[in-house]
Design a protein around this ligand. Structure first.
Ligand SMILES: [Zn+2]
Length: 304
């Protein structure tokens, strides 16, 4: 199976703390590295974790609150100063392009590489990226300004060939792609050999859902249903549920309830308010509703 994992680069909300950076995550799928949000300090985190950031080709920004994108121009600039020539694709709200343009103009920076901007919208789900292995869908969250979550979904792979069966029945090599796609094998004498004799089903496609920032919002459930890993913000504990609603954020209990209702395999919580030094009570509160919960902590890697 291809590597598919998530590294936490930042897990704080609003302001950095001595222990935590604002939101940023690195998703690795096969050879590809996708950056999700880019709060202040993201490139420092990447360097500390010895991640070669020129390998990042696609960046996804959920919304324009500073704790989710104030690190972006710094990263774009460092990529330039370190001699990048390959294109960088940035997905985010339309105003982000204006912001980046003015930052580059004011500093009289002409990037050495193409910066390709793709606008997102927060009205309805939309497929924003697709290659042979993965599709990425943006979808609306419920926040103070237009905000999207992102769903990273593997495409179904090909069936796995059993070499022994192929050799035993002397299946011609040119028919193997058809067998991988699910076709039966018809021998020259007309005998039909069912596909299952030669192949095993492909591994189940895996899926990662990123949901930050948002108030409690059940409309996302059909989109993230059954995800292998769900990241959902938990800015506050349950005793601040009113505060959370006013600020269009979620509590631990709300994130866990979404995970439970969506039938995901594992929940990852993060985007913690700076008021919480000790995160254990947040974990315990979420686990009381959804036991398969873990804390997003800088440097931790989660397999999907
Ligand atoms: Zn926000």
């Amino acid at each position: 199976m291809l590597p598919f994992n998530l590294t936490i680069l930042g897990s704080s909300s609003a302001t950095p703390t001595s222990e935590r950076n604002p939101t940023s995550q690195l998703l690795c799928h096969g050879e590809k590295l996708f950056l999700i949000d880019c709060g202040e300090g993201t490139q420092v985190s990447l360097r500390r974790m010895h991640i070669h950031f020129q390998r990042i080709k696609h960046i996804f920004i959920s919304h324009l609150h500073g704790d989710h994108f104030f690190g972006l121009i710094g990263l774009i600039s460092s990529m330039h100063l370190l001699g990048r020539t390959k294109p960088l694709y940035v997905f985010g709200p339309p105003q982000l392009k204006e912001i980046l343009d003015i930052q580059l103009q004011a500093s009289q920076t002409t990037l050495l590489y193409p910066l390709e901007f793709r606008s997102t919208q927060a009205e309805k789900p939309e497929m924003i990226f697709e290659d042979e292995l993965l599709s990425i869908i943006s979808f609306p969250m419920l926040h103070r300004i237009p905000t999207t979550g992102f769903l990273f979904k593997e495409k179904p792979g090909e069936r796995k060939i059993s070499k022994e069966a192929i050799e035993l029945l002397k299946v011609p090599v040119h028919l193997i792609p058809k067998l991988k796609a699910g076709a039966d094998y018809v021998a020259t004498d007309g005998t039909v050999h069912p596909n299952e004799m030669f192949t095993q089903p492909p591994p189940k496609p895996r899926c990662y859902a990123f949901c930050s920032d948002t108030a409690y919002f059940e409309e996302i459930i059909p989109i993230i249903k059954g995800a292998d890993l769900l990241y959902h913000e938990t800015t506050f504990m349950n005793n601040r549920i009113v505060n959370a609603a006013e600020k269009f954020h979620s509590t631990t209990g709300q994130a866990a309830t979404i995970a439970l209702k969506a039938g995901v395999k594992k929940l990852l919580i993060g985007h913690y308010s700076a008021r919480y030094d000790n995160l254990q009570p947040l974990l315990e509160e979420a686990c009381s509703i959804f036991p398969e919960t873990e804390l997003a902590i800088e440097g931790k890697v989660f397999e999907i």
